[in-house]
Design a protein around this ligand. Structure first.
Ligand code: GDP
Length: 440
């Protein structure tokens, strides 16, 4: 996400390295690079200009006695301004209606149907809501089927009426169906076109008027850069939507849409889509995104994801096993499964401060654990629970069975032993001992 922009901003800050204080000259030089970085990321020209002007004013107005070095100060000012640019605080979704109605709008292919599913899944699991998905794309039967597939996948009911060619009537009937069946959120997926056209705008505007949604969310593909901003403007003129959903941020996007949309349409980005799977949805937090852009990682989101996967009962069992020295490869395997549930490897690593930069250009395989899993699967149950059984010939057999090498098996054993040792130390009130060990 935003690798190029992060890189270029980093280079811009380097201009100030070694400078003892902020001067008009070094600020101008740095901000020239910052502006170039923003333009390269496809940020709207006017937005980029305003951005650097604001940072310049703030930088030159700083008290020279500040304890921050010029480079650090500039990073802070740019970060504050990025947060501001992306909307400041995170914006919520209005779920107050009974049912609460959420209307999706956007071009075809922007990710509306996928996001409708993700949102339904998100509301169901995080907010314990009972959503209903309503299929209002009357032009493409495949779109209706797609929503049904999504609904089945996440266990959410889908309302559709294939013979009906009136999207307004379907939307209304969907809401009635929700009322009659105890659904407290209705998500209305609509038809898009490949480009903005009058017919589509009329249709979405008619649905909007007829159902008066609590929330109208505009879905846009972040990969389309400035086009995304222009489309947002066109939709906003007609719909006056409440928020923006930026999809496909997992791709090779330059980031311009995320940075310009708020300043152009003055509507907050509410969620982002980071993959094709139903759990690839994140609430949009401007400050966390700014941290990511500046290569500072996003530890808060990482911890939250870990907490979501944390199962107290499992943790208790694990503690017992560790205390009794019974931690085996099956437990190791289930730990790996938990990590995998947190999201794609690349995504997770990108949340660690500095890691994004260090890993840049590296092909992070989502199956990073594949070899490890294959090795463990090639062990017998008794070997898994009692790794000390693993002698030379057994290791040879396992390497062969898993399509790996003896070295890889040994490597895994070494890691496993280290991990077991560490866990044991942490258990025995040895937090302090471990700190000492880590500090050498
Ligand atoms: P719609 O025409 O607006 O309903 O768009 P779809 O929901 O059918 O999405 C179009 C394509 O984009 C599909 O292939 C989706 O799997 C894909 N897609 C949607 N959201 C994301 C996302 O956040 N990341 C990625 N990588 N693909 C996405």
């Amino acid at each position: 996400m935003f690798d190029n922009l992060s890189d270029k901003l980093d280079k811009a800050f380097h201009v100030l390295k070694g400078h003892g204080q902020i001067t008009e000259v070094n600020v101008a030089e740095t901000l020239k690079e910052v502006r170039r970085a923003l333009l390269d990321a496809d940020v709207n020209f006017k937005t980029a200009k305003e951005f650097t002007n604001t940072v310049k004013e703030k930088a030159l107005g700083q008290d020279v006695l500040t304890t921050l070095k010029p480079g650090q100060l500039m990073v802070k000012l740019v970060k504050d301004e990025l947060i501001e640019l992306m909307g400041g605080e995170a914006a919520g979704v209005d779920l107050s209606g009974s049912p609460s109605v959420i209307l999706m709008a956007g071009l075809q292919g922007s990710g509306k149907t996928t996001f409708s599913g993700k949102l339904a899944n998100f509301l169901k699991t995080k907010k314990t809501k009972k959503p209903l998905l309503v299929a209002c794309d009357v032009y493409r039967p495949a779109a209706i089927d797609q929503l049904h597939v999504v609904g089945d996948q996440i266990g959410v009911e889908v309302f559709s009426d294939k013979g009906n060619s009136d999207p307004v009537a379907i939307a209304k009937a969907g809401i009635e169906h929700a009322k009659a069946n105890g659904h407290n959120v209705v998500i209305v997926d609509t038809a898009g076109r490949l480009a903005v056209d009058e017919e589509m705008m009329n249709e979405i505007s008619n649905i909007h008027t007829a159902i008066t949604p609590n929330e109208t969310l505009f879905v846009v593909d972040s990969m389309t850069g400035q086009d995304a901003v222009n489309t947002a403007k066109a939709f906003n003129d007609v719909l006056d939507f409440n928020g923006v959903i930026l999809t496909k941020l997992d791709g090779d996007t330059r980031g311009g849409a995320a940075l310009s949309i708020k300043s152009v349409v003055n509507k907050p980005i509410k969620f982002i889509g980071t993959g094709e799977k139903m759990d690839a949805i994140d609430v949009f937090y401007p400050s966390r995104m700014a941290d990511r852009i500046l290569g500072m990682g996003d530890v808060v989101s990482l911890v939250e994801r870990a907490q979501e996967q944390y199962d107290e009962e499992e943790a208790r069992k694990l503690h017992k096993k560790i205390a009794k020295n019974q931690f085996g490869f099956d437990d190791f395997l289930s730990q790996i499964q938990q990590i995998k549930k947190m999201g794609s490897m690349k995504d997770l690593l990108g949340m660690i401060p500095g890691a994004g930069k260090a890993l840049k250009g590296m092909d992070i395989d989502d199956d990073a654990f594949k070899g490890v899993e294959a090795i463990i699967h090639s062990m017998t149950p008794s070997e898994r629970s009692n790794p000390s059984l693993l002698n030379g010939s057994r290791k040879k057999r396992i390497a062969k069975g898993s399509g790996t090498s003896i070295q890889e098996v040994n490597q895994l054993l070494k890691q496993f032993n280290q991990m077991s040792k560490m866990m044991k130390m942490m258990q025995g009130g040895g937090g302090r001992k471990m700190m000492q060990m880590m500090q050498g």
